[in-house]
Design a protein around this ligand. Structure first.
Ligand code: FES
Length: 270
């Protein structure tokens, strides 16, 4: 078979001589385009909200949006801070500046998101069996992409933040004035946390942490059980990735809407 140079300038031993960039006739461009639009919209929304420094806490019911958790700025309104306040209140510093960068890095280095944004933003490649426009491919073997290997460390930090979010959600059942309260906001906060655990626990690094480096599963029955459980979750990791983007935005928007007085919380108890 001949060695050819395709339209993107790449050579490949054993490649068939095909001049077209792709022979696919379906709408292969739709998934990367949808991913691009969704990511841009989500990042724009999250950025605005992180810097808004308003409408992040419903003092009446103890609802705190995950975008401001933990709230550690001296500007945090009364009752919203569960772990002390020590960051200065300046416009360029999000109130949850101790967690947001790690959550961002956790998602940015996530195996699934990498695939999604490599395709949608770098077109590398845009889809299966569609040639990419880049002439060279070095994978993740060099700076800066070699830093993607730090994902396993961000996993541990993100797990801690998910614990904090869980604490917030549980705390919101206790009304600040005393007594138990239950509203639609509580249900949304809990649903978000459940999905966040699904995303965090289904992480490839989590799977490796619980079941990696074992030569004999039979000698580690507990870790084997955990690994089996995480492996099952792992098959749905991409779904959790999207579901949590949606649940985070919905939770934040709901807290903002109630906090701003646009809507009232639907109360079930208290
Ligand atoms: Fe996606 Fe770890 S969070 S692979």
């Amino acid at each position: 078979m001949s060695t050819t140079t395709d339209t993107s300038g790449r050579t490949g031993a054993g490649r068939a001589t095909i001049a077209a960039r792709t022979l696919r006739t379906d709408r292969w461009w739709l998934p990367p385009l949808a991913t691009f639009v969704a990511f841009v919209a989500w990042v724009a929304y999250a950025t605005v909200r992180a810097f808004m420094q308003e409408y992040y806490f419903v003092s009446e019911y103890g609802y705190l949006t995950p975008f401001y958790s933990p709230c550690v700025s001296v500007g945090c309104v009364e009752g919203s801070s569960h772990f002390g306040t020590f960051l200065p209140d300046v416009w360029w510093l999000p109130y949850a500046a101790v967690s947001l960068p790690f959550l961002l890095l956790f998602r940015l280095t996530c195996y699934y998101y990498r695939k999604a944004y490599y395709r949608a933003f770098w077109l590398s490649p845009p889809a299966c069996a569609v040639a990419e426009p880049h002439a060279r491919y070095t994978g993740e073997t060099r700076f800066p992409l070699i830093l993607q290997n730090a994902h396993r460390y961000f996993f541990y930090l993100a797990a801690i933040v998910t614990l904090v979010n869980t604490y917030d959600a549980v705390l919101a059942f206790a009304k600040p004035g005393g007594g138990f309260g239950l509203g639609l906001g509580n249900i949304i906060l809990v649903a978000n946390v459940v999905l966040l655990w699904g995303y965090t626990a289904s992480c490839h690094s989590c799977r490796s942490a619980v079941g990696g480096r074992l030569n004999h599963f039979s000698r580690h029955p507990v870790r084997y059980k955990m690994w089996t459980f995480v492996s099952k979750l792992n098959t749905r990791h991409s779904q959790y990735a999207w579901a949590t983007l949606a649940s985070l935005a919905i939770t934040d928007f709901y807290v903002m809407a109630v906090s701003a007085g646009w809507i009232s919380d639907l109360r079930i108890v208290g």
